[in-house]
Write a new protein. Structure first.
Length: 239
């Protein structure tokens, strides 16, 4: 794993100018982000943007159709989120070289992205030199993760894993649901919900629901926009 703290693996030292430019796919919901990235990348003779995608499914389709050398993906994509997009692309092409380019610094976001198959993980406040270095490293088959992201990833690796059912209960808690409502939604007893909540508090090392939600949001276990959307959908269905 390459960490941008001064250590750089320059590979075998072959002249990069002798090869064709790296062909890059950009996937982001916002046109201004895609266009800005493309403008920066296309200034260089060693890389070029060949396709853009505005959703996760579009990114998967474009990757299959265009076979880029590398794709740059936002985690917050419509239709299919960034993690599922990474998984889907890697399932279709295990050799895919993918960079996550996002505002999400939650431990869980980073962990899931790397585990899904991302070779690089950059925040959108990164410098242009770091962006270029990451693209070149990943395009050449090396991992590139900045030190701040690596620190978050290291913390997540040490955390206790929540079970799938505990994750469901945690997402329900973040939507403000009571134990009775969670039990009804998950088709389990209220007593079982209480057991799950107890385990969640223990694993997150917190003493109450509010603190658990705050920690979950900070770590990226849940996202406020997803919680609000799910709550709104639930309210709409119940009307």
């Amino acid at each position: 794993m390459l960490i941008s703290n001064g250590f750089t693996d320059h590979g075998c030292g072959l002249a990069e100018s002798a090869r064709q430019p790296y062909r890059i796919l950009i996937a982001d919901e916002h046109p201004i982000v895609r266009e800005g990235l493309a403008a920066l990348i296309n200034r260089r003779p060693d890389m070029t943007v060949i396709a853009e995608a505005s959703s996760g499914q579009d990114a998967v389709d474009q990757f299959v159709e265009q076979s880029p050398d590398l794709a740059i993906l936002e985690l917050k994509l419509p239709l299919m989120d960034g993690i599922e997009t990474v998984k889907s692309i890697c399932a279709k092409n295990p050799a895919a070289r993918l960079v996550v380019f996002t505002t999400c610094l939650g431990e869980e976001d980073i962990y899931r992205a790397v585990r899904a198959g991302a070779f690089g993980y950059l925040l959108k406040d990164t410098s242009l030199p770091d962006l270029i270095e990451c693209i070149l490293a990943v395009a050449q088959g090396r991992r590139w993760i900045p030190a701040s992201v690596a620190a978050q990833l290291g913390k997540r690796v040490q955390d206790r894993e929540l079970t799938p059912r505990e994750m469901q209960a945690l997402r329900a808690l973040s939507r403000g649901m009571s134990n009775k409502e969670i039990g009804s939604a998950l088709d389990i007893s209220e007593a079982t919900v209480k057991v799950h909540v107890t385990h969640i508090l223990e694993k997150l090392n917190v003493t109450g629901r509010t603190e658990a939600i705050n920690v979950a949001l900070r770590r990226g276990l849940v996202h406020m926009d997803q919680s609000v959307a799910a709550r709104d959908e639930s309210d709409f269905v119940s009307r």
